[in-house]
Design a binder for this molecule. Structure first.
Ligand code: FES
Ligand code: FES
Length: 215
């Protein structure tokens, strides 16, 4: 698999001038994460990955390199996969961010269920980034070819699996979506039972820090 990132948006850290509300090197930065409005007071140049993990306690987003190379920190920003370690907090202002914690809605997403079914995770460090990158792909192309899948996942490195099970899981995700559309009561593992990427106990993603949430 190529290390190139043909569909990965590598956002560049942005410097900002002093803004209203900025004090002691911090600025009030508001955006949306997983459907909730959040506001944090952080230095504008702080990495979005750090804001998500350290301020909002969304530790499902992993950090492997802090340099845009591994893709572990991939999140959706306005629907596009972005390396959160390369995006400044200031650049995130006003955007809609989705992290791996936002994929499950009461139960695993079809893609997550397919990952589980295919055994597509080992250590799990890459899994959040892969799930996010694959989610972006499937939103645009529900039935990707193997080449299209490899291309879409090219920015996220996995040192464990050899990619075959991951690619198969992404290509097979549509089957789980179809099953759900025809049988809404189909049994699937509840959200929280498959979170090799989570730092929480029993695989449960930690809840965002409540003081930062506005809704
Ligand atoms: S931690 Fe962001 S690309 Fe590696
Ligand atoms: S499962 Fe370990 S790096 Fe991908």
């Amino acid at each position: 698999m190529s290390k190139a990132q043909p569909v990965m948006t590598k956002a560049q850290p942005g410097m900002t001038k002093a803004q209203p509300g900025m004090s002691m090197g911090c600025a009030d930065i508001a955006f949306e994460v997983n459907g909730a409005a959040v506001s944090v007071c952080v230095p504008p140049v702080r990495r979005l990955s750090s804001v998500l993990r350290d301020e909002l306690r969304l530790t499902g987003t992993k950090v492997g390199c802090d340099a845009g190379d591994c893709g572990a920190c991939t999140v959706l920003v306005d629907g596009e996969p972005v390396c959160a370690c390369l995006m400044s907090a200031a650049s995130a202002a006003g955007t809609v961010v989705t992290t791996v914690e936002g994929l499950a809605n009461g139960r695993l997403s079809a893609l997550q269920a397919s990952f589980l079914d295919h055994g597509a995770a080992q250590c799990g460090i890459c899994t959040p980034g892969l799930l996010i990158a694959a989610t972006a792909l499937l939103e645009k192309n529900p039935n990707p070819t193997e080449a299209e899948t490899q291309d879409a996942l090219g920015g996220v490195l996995c040192r464990c699996t050899g990619y075959r099970k991951i690619v198969a899981a992404v290509m097979d995700a549509g089957r789980f979506a179809d099953e759900r559309s025809t049988d809404a009561a189909a049994p699937h593992p509840p959200a929280g039972t498959f979170s090799p990427y989570s730092d929480g106990e029993k695989g449960e993603a930690p809840a965002p820090a409540s003081p930062s949430l506005h809704s």
